[in-house]
Design a protein around this ligand. Structure first.
Ligand SMILES: [Zn+2]
Ligand SMILES: [Zn+2]
Length: 439
């Protein structure tokens, strides 16, 4: 029924009606899942160009020569923010096509990231040109969308855009397509790669992506603190009270990279434990240890509040380093704590467990130190009876292990070994035990 309707002659005359229909239905899908827009097979099959029986494969033998395609399509000029630009302006440039629409939220989120990359690459003198091909519903939408773009655009023409969309097999937006033989495809997540690496992702080839991954891998294992925490434009960290502290002052210390956000209750809870360990360590060992906050706060204001509650240093908020460190250490959840030794090598990526289990005692947070602590704990447990009777409690108490408890005798906190009651919620420090005298 729907197919019959859509293949009627009206759609040949009014393909823009189709595009509207297609757009609004995908907008609904996107809204629901809040993901990059992707078009269903049926939507593609119903595209006016295919229905009109056009075969672009036959017309364009050289799939990468977009200028030939434009010429064959009768595109006489492109648009820039200043007006018409001859197509020949793209001669000799590395061209990338951008398919995007203003009604698409992921597109609107991606454009500022791409614009920043574009400006950076222009400053570096690169030969890049981006050409925007619109998925917008009408010319007003196109104009509004193009206002946010510093590059070129194919003038608004629904029929032409639809043919280019088919030609480049675009099935989702935003789609960013570098016209080179080794280019990363949309399916291989070029957009994610650009979000991850910014201008460093240029020229958007698989080879470049492999290089970047190899650099990350090396940094994860053996980067200098300067390489991890500073860059050409910044060689300092900031303290809770906004002092600038040179990264070089951290040389030779054990460093904890603390990935955390103020909006996260588990982060706030762990910050309390970490602060405790930090203060104990500073008191016991002096200045051989430092923590650096890598914030995932939602905005600067939140970051400032977060930072002001902490006694250690932070990577400035308006800084790509925060993003790079999350990627390099593959941080998927917060809070997370990565320890780096005085030699710059990663000691442990599971610092959260180490601190929440052993606190400052675990210093210098090496695997061997944690193993020693575990062995000592085991030995302590082996010396204790499996079950006891205490004069203060009517039930038999069994030896148990708890991360944290409050002793019901002395009312102080305890961790690890406890004598606890199966019947009621009763815990006892092994040191607070007063055995029942059976004689
Ligand atoms: Zn006690
Ligand atoms: Zn009991």
């Amino acid at each position: 029924m729907l197919l019959n309707f859509l293949s009627s002659w009206k759609l040949y005359l009014f393909p823009s009606l189709f595009l509207c229909w297609c757009s609004s239905s995908t907008a609904a899908i996107r809204k629901k899942h809040n993901i990059r827009c992707s078009f269903t097979e049926s939507e593609l099959l119903l595209s006016p160009a295919l229905m009109a029986g056009l075969s672009f494969e036959a017309t364009y033998t050289d799939s990468h020569d977009v200028l030939k395609i434009f010429a064959a399509e009768g595109v006489e000029f492109l648009l820039s923010c200043e007006g018409k630009v001859p197509v020949s302006k793209c001669n000799g440039k590395i061209i990338c096509l951008l398919f995007s629409a203003i009604w698409c939220r992921p597109c609107r989120a991606f454009i500022p990231c791409l614009a920043e990359l574009y400006e950076t690459l222009k400053k570096r003198g690169s030969n890049l040109e981006i050409i925007f091909i619109s998925f917008d519903r009408d010319e007003d939408g196109f104009r509004e969308h193009f206002k946010s773009m510093p590059w070129l655009a194919v003038p608004f023409d629904v029929n032409l855009h639809r043919r280019l969309i088919d030609r480049y097999r675009v099935d989702r937006i935003p789609s960013f397509i570098p016209l080179c033989s080794d280019g990363i495809t949309v399916e291989e997540d070029l957009i994610g790669c650009i979000e991850d690496y910014g201008a460093d992702a240029f020229p958007f080839t698989r080879k470049r992506q492999e290089e970047l991954k190899a650099i990350d891998k090396r940094r994860r294992v053996e980067a200098s603190l300067e390489e991890l925490l500073a860059h050409e434009g910044r060689n300092f960290l900031i303290s809770g009270d906004d002092r600038k502290v040179p990264v070089s002052e951290l040389a030779g210390k054990t460093i904890g990279l603390y990935f955390c956000a103020y909006w996260s209750p588990p982060c706030c809870a762990f910050t309390v434990q970490l602060t405790d360990a930090y203060n104990n360590l500073k008191a016991a060992k002096g200045d051989c240890f430092e923590i650096v906050l890598i914030s995932t706060d939602r905005d600067l204001e939140e970051f400032n509040v977060n930072k002001s509650t902490m006694p250690w240093l932070a990577v400035p908020y308006e800084d790509r380093t925060r993003h790079d460190l999350r990627r390099i250490f593959n941080i998927k959840g917060i809070p997370a704590l990565v320890f780096i030794g005085p030699d710059g090598k990663v000691i442990s990526e599971n610092g959260k467990f180490t601190i929440s289990s052993y606190g400052a005692e675990a210093f210098p947070f090496t695997e061997s130190r944690v193993r020693d602590l575990e062995a000592a704990l085991r030995k302590e447990g082996e010396a204790l009876p499996q079950q006891v009777e205490d004069v203060k409690h009517e039930h038999v108490l069994k030896l148990d292990m708890a991360k944290a408890y409050v002793c019901d005798s002395c009312k102080n906190q305890g961790k690890f070994w406890t004598f606890s009651c199966d019947v009621c919620d009763y815990d006892l420090h092994p040191s607070c035990l007063e055995k029942v005298n059976k004689d």
